[in-house]
Design a protein around this ligand. Structure first.
Ligand SMILES: *[C@@H]1O[C@H](CO)[C@@H](O)[C@H](O)[C@H]1NC(C)=O
Ligand SMILES: *[C@@H]1O[C@H](CO)[C@@H](O)[C@H](O)[C@H]1NC(C)=O
Ligand SMILES: *[C@@H]1O[C@H](CO)[C@@H](O)[C@H](O)[C@H]1NC(C)=O
Ligand SMILES: *[C@@H]1O[C@H](CO)[C@@H](O)[C@H](O)[C@H]1NC(C)=O
Ligand SMILES: *[C@@H]1O[C@H](CO)[C@@H](O)[C@H](O)[C@H]1NC(C)=O
Length: 387
């Protein structure tokens, strides 16, 4: 049984408030009912705390596998391109067993009042395949398979999927994106960080001019890009020596994809394609925190990059974020202050994270109902043009 610790509001703060607000019982009652942050320190089963469940939530970064290549590891496996293993065997076993189990997934969604999951492969997805011919064939295969499994299966009303794009060959990727969005009915485009070009340290960013043909198609189709994370290339791992776990989801993923997002802002591609919508997970991979500092320094270096505007301009015009894997009201508040309530969308990161844990955390946080509904589902419906 998972050890569950309730971190209550410090009692020292309550006493004076209760003493001095006896004339305002509503305030006191609200204080007592304040949402609690709940910390669990091991795997499932997780807690359930009654709150006010919000129905119809949509989650956008929900991971699945496929039958062609590992949904969570680089094909071919190369050390330091896969996330290092976690040492809690119960966790790894649980994640693996959930990845492709649709009934268990739907039960978890039901328990968390999540009505729809938009499914995506884990890091690095198709972008980690070294063989361009194989990657291009694989994209079509896995897009058709995802459509068959999730858009036509027994729970088809509960799922949509992100199209995979083999940017190893950007011209074919553009054609496949159009096919995937129009025919199998994928919602938009999933770009898994940089793309390998033949070997583990040969990498191409989305802002490379070779990808213009793909970005032009994304702009024409008016679909968002989910810029999903992956580990930095192996020759960029020196800083993680002795602490390889930090190269993955605890930190390195965010550092890598945050830098990738900054490259896109600095490159000028957002001047060429002003309508691109780029979605980042994990409350923006640290950027809401870093943007003020970045801007403060770059104002002394405005000619050092091709983009016409400052980075905040693109951040506020072209970027959207999900809350995947984040369970901190402070971080959510900072993200909302940085981007506004129309650009933040709920997500979980299942099965790496827990639907009930994150879904009910979101249910219980204090926020205006309007903003909460936008974040829970309305923004996703609009931005992804969901059915
Ligand atoms: C939330 O889910 C629970 C469990 O499935 C269900 O009993 C409840 O009616 C749902 N609430 C809303 C508001 O959808
Ligand atoms: C990969 O890592 C494993 C264990 O950490 C090690 O035994 C193996 O030699 C490494 N392989 C390469 C090619 O570096
Ligand atoms: C690349 O993939 C194609 C298609 O699967 C295959 O025919 C070819 O042999 C592969 N090339 C290498 C070098 O493995
Ligand atoms: C990818 O690798 C090939 C073979 O080394 C090279 O010719 C090509 O220029 C590379 N593409 C990019 C965009 O760097
Ligand atoms: C960025 O540029 C816009 C004008 O394009 C300006 O309104 C804004 O104040 C600038 N922001 C920062 C942080 O420099």
């Amino acid at each position: 049984m998972a050890a569950v610790k309730l971190r209550n509001k410090p009692s020292v703060g309550w006493l004076p408030l209760i003493l001095f607000s006896t004339s305002n019982l509503t305030t006191t009652a609200q204080l007592v009912d304040l949402p609690q942050e709940v910390v669990i320190n091991s795997g499932r089963p997780t807690f359930y705390t009654p709150g006010s469940p919000l129905s119809g939530k949509i989650a956008l970064e929900e991971h699945v596998g496929n039958t062609l290549f590992s949904g969570v590891y680089t094909p071919p496996p190369v050390n330091f391109t896969n996330e290092p293993a976690f040492d809690l065997a119960i966790y790894d076993a649980d994640v693996s067993s959930r990845l492709n189990d649709i009934d268990t997934r739907v039960a978890a969604m039901n328990a968390a009042n999540i009505s729809m999951s938009v499914v995506i492969f884990g890091a690095p997805g198709i972008h980690g395949i070294f063989n361009t011919t194989f990657a291009t064939i694989a994209a079509t295969y896995v897009n058709d398979e995802a459509a068959q499994t999730y858009n036509h299966g027994s729970h088809s009303s509960r799922f949509d999927f992100w199209c995979s794009n083999a940017l190893q060959d950007p011209i074919s990727a553009a054609a496949e994106l159009e096919r995937c969005v129009k025919h199998p009915g994928g919602v938009d485009s999933f770009v898994g960080g940089y793309t390998n070009n033949g070997s583990e340290n040969s990498i191409i960013s989305l802002d490379d001019p070779v990808n213009d043909v793909f970005l032009a198609k994304v702009a024409e189709l008016d679909v968002p890009i989910h810029l999903h994370l992956r580990e930095a290339a192996p020759n960029q791992h020196r800083v993680y020596q002795d602490y390889s776990i930090m190269a993955g989801s605890p930190w390195g993923f965010a550092a890598e994809i945050g830098a990738h997002a900054l490259r896109i802002m600095m490159s000028g591609v957002l001047d060429t394609y002003p309508n691109l919508k780029i979605i980042l997970g994990h409350c923006g991979e640290g950027l809401p925190f870093f943007m003020p500092r970045i801007e403060s320094r770059l104002r002394h270096a405005i000619h050092s990059y091709p983009a016409k505007q400052n980075l905040t301009y693109y951040w506020n015009r072209n970027f959207y974020v999900t809350t995947s894997g984040i369970q901190s009201k402070a971080v959510l508040d900072l993200t909302l202050a940085s981007l506004g309530e129309d650009r933040v969308m709920l997500s979980v990161d299942y099965p790496f994270e827990d639907d009930v844990e994150l879904g009910t955390w979101f249910d219980r946080i204090e926020m205006s109902v309007g903003a909460k509904e936008k974040i829970a589902s309305e923004n996703a419906r609009n931005i992804l043009k969901l059915r």
